[in-house]
Write a new protein. Structure first.
Length: 466
């Protein structure tokens, strides 16, 4: 098997799959899903597993991309590792099975999930399923192009939940998994073996091969097989249609795939063919190509629907980046996503001054509604069509849409306010005094200038209004 060919092939299909997470989403890496996931397939250096002979039938399991073969004794490997917080680097185990005249292979994971990809593009595929059967056929040259990927979603979910203090405190059923392989040959003979994978204390994995132990079934081998995803559905074009609807009076910019966040009224997502179980909207801030994505909203699909609509208000707090829509089928499969760029007209650097109305200050976290202080006359005023008749005082507070944001205040943050009863003299408060000051002026829209440095508020100053 040519490992370089597999590397190129796996890299070529990596954009076809996305994994959805409860709070985040990551491409080309594994992350905790809310309900379902399909993972990016990438080349990893890996371990291989050997199935011994049974009645003259011999099959071997090899690592995808390295063609390494593991003996019955097992081996530690670092092709994928996980942190105490549930961040996974690489893939722990990707493999293929070879032998003579294999008719089919049934795989069943006791605790976790498996993906299946056919690099020959002849078979339907599976994503994040616990049990399924793959037809092989007589052409043994194809066997090494049928790739399986073990996916520890329950393990990652447990670590990310915060319920346990790290890897060392995880129960055994999270740290260990058993993948039972039932290989059937064209002559009617079969081999049943168990691949055991274990997470070690240092975050790496250990795998070995053996016979299934009596009493270990617990009924998991009798699970029904997952339904395969037809290739035309998994990789077909035009499955998802996304329509961005703008507020009345908003103009489309020069880039048809990038929108001003505040101008979006709603986003309609429709589909063709098989009905999904749900549609999720994610945001990837900045230019990170889908890394570190945040779940914004989930829509569960009713059987009578052929589309769903997301409100534009769901994009509040997204400064600049991309919006993704992920389609989930049968609670197990995610096909693909369509995406477009967004940029808030309030987007600014992590260092600078922000004009805002303060909504709340709790435990060092400030909630505020950002606005623009527009000098009249001026370039920005002319851009907005604001005249001196509209702003006789020489300024105007422009707040096109009310939305809240949060930033943390520095431990030594300064608070400067004006004494309204004494010629608006400025004086400095500590945080406790400022909280009382906010309480006194509750219900009033008082403008402030927030000085931000490295994404943290270092000064809050009341803006004088003549």
């Amino acid at each position: 098997m040519n490992s370089e060919y597999i590397s190129d092939a796996l890299g070529g299909i990596s954009d076809r799959h996305i994994e959805a997470g409860a709070g985040k989403i990551r491409r080309r890496s594994i992350f905790l899903p809310a309900a379902a996931a399909v993972l990016a397939f990438v080349l990893i250096a890996g371990s291989a597993l050997l199935l011994t002979r049974d009645g003259g039938a011999a099959v071997s399991v090899y690592a995808a991309g390295t063609d390494e073969e593991l003996t019955r004794a097992g081996e530690s490997f670092v092709t994928g590792s996980v942190s105490d917080g549930g961040e996974l680097t690489g893939h722990p185990l990707m493999f293929y099975i070879t032998g003579e005249k294999i008719e089919s292979v049934r795989l069943c994971a006791k605790n976790e999930f498996l993906n299946f990809t056919d690099l020959t593009e002849k078979r339907d595929e599976f994503g994040a399923a616990s049990a399924f059967t793959v037809p092989y056929g007589e052409d043994e040259r194809e066997y090494s192009f049928l790739i399986y990927d073990w996916v520890p979603l329950r393990l990652l979910s447990a670590l990310r939940s915060g319920e346990y203090g790290g890897i060392a405190e995880l129960p055994a059923d999270y740290r260990r998994d058993e993948i039972v392989l039932e290989v059937t040959f064209s002559n009617g003979k079969s081999v049943i073996k168990a691949v055991r994978v274990e997470l070690l204390d240092d975050g790496t994995f250990f795998a070995g091969i053996g016979d299934p132990e009596p009493g270990e079934d617990d009924g998991f081998l009798s699970r029904p097989d997952a339904r395969p995803i037809p290739r035309e559905e998994m990789y077909g074009r035009g499955v998802v249609n996304v329509e961005v609807r703008l507020r009345e009076g908003a103009e489309t910019g020069a880039d048809p795939e990038r929108y001003i966040t505040e101008d979006i009224s709603s986003i309609a997502v429709s589909w063709e063919g098989r009905e999904p179980a749900m549609v999720q909207m994610f945001a990837a801030e900045g230019a990170n190509d889908g890394e570190d994505m945040e779940l914004l909203m989930t829509k569960v699909i009713d059987s009578a629907e052929c589309s769903v609509e997301f409100p534009g208000s769901a994009l509040e707090g997204v400064s600049v980046g991309e919006v993704w829509f992920v389609i989930t089928f049968d609670d197990e499969h995610i096909v693909t996503s369509e995406r477009f760029g967004v940029e808030s007209r309030y987007a600014g650097p992590a260092v600078g001054e922000v004009y805002a109305y303060i909504k709340d200050l709790t435990n060092g976290v400030l909630t505020f509604d950002r606005f623009e202080w527009v000098d009249v006359p001026g370039d920005r005023a002319r851009e907005l069509g604001i005249t001196e008749d509209d702003a006789p005082s020489g300024f105007l507070i422009y707040n096109s849409s009310e939305r809240t944001e949060t930033l943390r205040t520095a431990s030594d943050c300064g608070y400067i306010v004006h004494d309204w009863s004494d010629s608006f003299k400025a004086y400095t408060l500590n945080e406790h005094e400022f909280l009382g000051f906010l309480e006194e002026r509750s219900g009033r829209d008082v403008p402030y200038i927030l000085t931000v440095r490295d994404g943290v508020i270092v000064q809050i100053k009341e803006q004088y209004v003549p």
